[in-house]
Design a protein around this ligand. Structure first.
Ligand code: SF4
Length: 354
């Protein structure tokens, strides 16, 4: 009995996402994926509504704007993707491939808050065949060059995978494309259904990681760091090329120790076979004036530092510019983290710092 009392409490794992409310476009039910999600939502006992367009949902329940926002982030909209023109996605890939829009995570700094504006709800698309055919056309256009697609520009596709299964379809499609490559990044650990996908080494599976301070203060409603790196070990053992995105890199008290500790923990948990072809992408924290206003409204208690006076203004090519760290700080972050990466992973490749 005494030993039972002394055993450490079991850590609760981050559950898979289950929305509070599900909308369907009527024609989404013409597709097998739409019908499957509908059955799933019914089996879960979720409230189901119909909508004429996944782009026009308003009037979320909630007493205040903040409450409505939180409910919108837990609302799933199942629709047909009509726009089959892909956006470009520099520097990590040639194109963004749209399999979902919106995310259940609540990262304070997330740029989706600005880019999705009044539509923070989660949209998933049932017409995967159309999306894959469009990808095939983009691949043909660039042949014999490789074409890379980024699947996480507007969403976190791993977090939605248990509901849609779309990422597995996309991974297997890309596995069959001699000139197509896929990449995505996630903060979720729900990877089990992807481990037996026939990826053929054509998908780079990246995890977003950060110093403990950043994860603790700014990334609610995502999987924990230890869940993410455990999942990274699983996907590496399943033969996927692995990568880490350290973003946003945030200057905070004790940042050197925080990032050194991050790299130490990664070295401890990444399986040896994944260290030969391991990539890192480094992105310093940035914000726009619009983002700052939205973040302060939605996360009024945030500790996220967004003081324009402490930042350097970087003009944007289209429209408004961003506030980044002044060169001296940005260089210190880049140099220090780069050194720690090569100390721990001498064969890794740093794809960019931005
Ligand atoms: S997990 Fe990614 S996409 Fe989702 S809120 Fe966080 S930063 Fe945004």
């Amino acid at each position: 009995m005494a030993t039972e009392l002394l055993s450490p409490p079991r850590k609760r794992s981050t559950p898979e996402f289950v929305p509070e409310l599900v909308y369907f476009e009527p024609n989404a039910l013409d597709y097998p994926k739409g019908r499957r999600i509908h059955e799933w939502a019914q089996a879960q006992g979720l409230p189901i509504r119909m909508t004429t367009s996944h782009n026009r949902i308003t009037n979320f329940p909630g007493e205040s704007e903040l409450e409505s926002y939180k409910i919108a982030k837990r609302t799933l909209v199942v629709g047909v993707r009509k726009t089959l023109t892909f956006d470009t996605s520099k520097p990590s890939a040639e194109y963004a491939i749209p399999i979902a829009t919106g995310c259940m995570g609540h990262c304070h700094y997330c740029y989706l808050q600005t880019t999705l504006g009044a539509k923070p709800y989660i949209r998933v698309y049932v017409n995967m065949d159309d999306i894959l055919q469009a990808a095939e056309r983009y691949i043909e256009e660039r042949a014999p060059e490789l074409t890379r697609f980024e699947a996480a520009c507007t969403s976190d596709p791993v977090g939605l995978e248990p509901i849609t299964g779309s990422l597995k379809e996309l991974i297997e499609f890309m596995g069959r494309q001699p000139l197509g490559r896929l990449r995505f990044v996630t903060k979720f650990h729900h990877v089990d259904s992807l481990l037996d996908a026939r990826h053929n080494g054509h998908t780079r599976f990246r995890f977003s990681v950060n110093a403990d301070y950043v994860i603790r203060h700014f990334e609610p409603a995502t999987s924990t760091f230890s869940e993410r790196i455990e999942a990274a070990g699983k996907v590496a053992r399943a033969g996927y090329p692995l990568g880490f995105i350290i973003a946003p890199i945030i200057w905070h008290e004790g940042w050197e120790d925080g990032y050194a500790e991050l790299l130490r923990k990664l070295q401890e948990s990444v399986p040896a076979e994944a260290t030969k072809d391991l990539t890192f992408e480094l992105i310093q924290h940035r914000f726009t004036k619009t983002a700052k206003t939205i973040i302060e409204r939605r996360y009024p208690k945030t500790k996220l530092e967004m003081d324009e006076a402490k930042r350097k203004y970087k003009w944007g090519r289209w429209g408004q510019g961003k506030y980044v760290y002044p060169d001296e700080q940005a260089n210190a972050l880049r140099e220090y983290i780069t050194e720690r990466i090569f100390e721990r992973f001498p064969e890794a490749k740093i794809e960019y710092f931005t």
